[in-house]
Design a protein around this ligand. Structure first.
Ligand code: ATP
Length: 349
C-alpha cells in the first residue's frame, strides 16, 4: 500500500513559513508533481515526506502508518535528486547494488535485481564503468536504477532532470514516464518546469510561497486555473492577463473591449485568455493595438501587442505577414475568457 497522506502539514523556521498547512491524499500508483517557482516550498515538502526534514505541525501517513517519527531509512521510499549522488569509486553495477547491500537483501538476489533495474534504464552496456566515464544523462539513469532496485513503496524525485541539456531532458522525461507506466510505483516529483509537470503528472499541485494554490489534473489546471498566479505560471506562453473593468456585461481596458459577460458583474477585474484561443482578424476585433513583437515558431506565429499596459500574445498562422508597429485586430471569443477578482486573484468565471 503506497498511499501517501499529508494532513495539515507545516514547516516553520522561527517566524518564516516554508510550507503552510498542506493537505493532500496521494493515491496508490499516482504520479504527483509539485510545481512552483524557486522557494515555494516544494523541496521542503518532499524532504519532510522523506524524513530528511522535521515536521513543525501536521502528519505524514504512508499507507496506514503515521511516519512523522520514522527514520528516513525506515520509510521505504527511494529518492532521486538533481545531483546524482553516485559513489565515484564504485562501478555502475556497484552503485546500483548499493541499496541492496545496505538493506541486507540476500546476496543471491542482487545480480538479478541489479540487472533488471539496469535494463529498465538501458544501462546494461555500462555496468563496469565508473560514474566519471558516463555522460550526465547516463549518470542520472544510474541514479534512477539505484532508486528502482530497492523496489520501494514510493519514489520521491527532486528536479531529476535539471542538470541535463534540453534534448536529454526530453528523452529522460519520456523514460521516467515509461518507468512509471511499467512499475506503477507512487511517485512525487518536484519541478519548477511547468512543461515537465504537465507531461508527467496524473495530478499537479501548484505552490506559491509555501501555500498550495491548486491541485488538479494538467488539463484542469490549464483550462481552469484557480487564480491569476496559476494562470500566469502554466502554459507557454502563460495565460494573457489584462486588468480592466466590467460593467453591464462588457469588459473594458485600453485597446480592448469584450462583451457578453454576466451583466450582474461590476468593478475591477482581470481578464484572462490563452494565446491560442484568440485569433488575428482582418476587420474589427475585441483588441485593436499596434504589434509589439512577431515571433516565428515554425508551425505558427506569435504576435504580441500592448493592451492595458500588459503584453498580450495571440497565436496565428505561420504565414501571417505584418510588421512591428502595424495596427492590427484580434478576436477573443467571450466563452473562452476567464475573469479573476482583481484583489484576491481568485477566478470568478
Ligand atoms: P527551489 O526550486 O529553489 O529548490 P523550493 O520550492 O524547493 O525551491 P524550498 O527549498 O522548499 O523551496 O524552500 C522554501 C523556503 O524555505 C525558501 O524560502 C527557503 O529559503 C526556506 N528554507 C529552506 N530551508 C531552510 C532552513 N533550513 N532555514 C530557513 N529557511 C529555509
Amino acid at each position: 500500500m503506497a498511499q501517501i497522506r499529508l494532513k495539515n502539514l507545516s514547516k516553520r523556521w522561527d517566524s518564516f513559513v516554508g510550507v503552510d498547512n498542506f493537505n493532500l491524499d496521494i493515491a496508490d500508483q499516482e504520479f504527483l508533481v509539485l510545481l512552483g517557482p524557486s522557494g515555494c516550498g516544494k523541496t521542503t515538502t518532499m524532504r519532510m515526506i522523506a524524513g530528511l526534514e522535521t515536521v513543525t505541525e501536521g502528519e505524514i501517513w504512508l499507507g496506514d502508518k503515521m511516519v512523522n517519527r520514522l527514520e528516513p531509512k525506515d520509510r521505504d521510499i527511494s529518492m532521486v535528486f538533481q545531483s546524482y549522488g553516485l559513489y565515484p569509486n564504485m562501478s555502475v553495477y556497484e552503485n546500483i547494488r548499493f541499496p541492496l547491500r545496505v538493506r541486507k537483501v540476500p546476496r543471491d538476489q542482487h545480480d538479478e535485481r541489479v540487472m533488471r533495474a539496469a535494463e529498465m534504464v538501458e544501462l546494461t552496456d555500462f555496468l563496469d564503468r565508473r560514474p566519471a566515464a558516463l555522460s550526465g544523462g547516463q549518470r542520472q539513469r544510474v541514479a534512477l536504477a539505484r532508486a528502482i532496485v530497492r523496489e520501494p513503496n514510493a519514489f520521491l524525485m527532486d528536479e531529476p532532470l535539471s542538470n541535463l541539456d534540453a534534448k536529454l531532458r526530453v528523452s529522460t522525461r519520456a523514460q521516467i514516464k515509461n518507468l512509471h507506466h511499467t512499475l506503477k510505483t507512487t511517485t512525487i516529483y518536484v519541478t519548477h518546469d511547468q512543461i515537465e509537470a504537465m507531461t508527467l503528472a496524473d495530478r499537479v499541485v501548484v505552490m506559491n510561497k509555501g501555500v498550495v494554490q491548486q491541485v488538479g489534473t494538467p488539463t484542469e489546471i490549464y483550462d481552469n486555473p484557480a487564480n491569476t498566479f496559476v494562470a500566469g505560471f502554466i502554459g507557454s506562453p502563460a495565460m494573457n492577463l489584462v486588468p480592466g473593468e466590467i460593467s453591464q456585461g462588457t469588459f473594458t481596458a485600453k485597446n480592448i473591449k469584450v462583451a457578453g459577460f454576466d451583466p450582474e458583474l461590476s468593478g475591477k477585474v482581470t481578464l484572462g485568455f490563452r494565446a491560442e484561443d484568440a485569433a488575428m482578424n482582418e476587420g474589427e476585433g475585441e483588441i485593436t493595438a499596434p504589434i509589439y513583437s512577431i515571433e516565428l515558431l515554425g508551425d505558427a506565429t506569435m504576435i504580441s501587442m500592448r493592451v492595458a499596459g500588459e503584453l498580450v500574445s495571440v497565436k496565428t498562422a505561420k504565414d501571417f505577414r505584418a510588421e512591428i508597429g502595424d495596427s492590427v485586430s484580434a478576436t477573443i471569443p467571450t466563452e473562452i475568457c476567464h475573469l479573476f477578482d482583481s484583489e484576491t486573484g481568485a477566478r470568478i468565471t
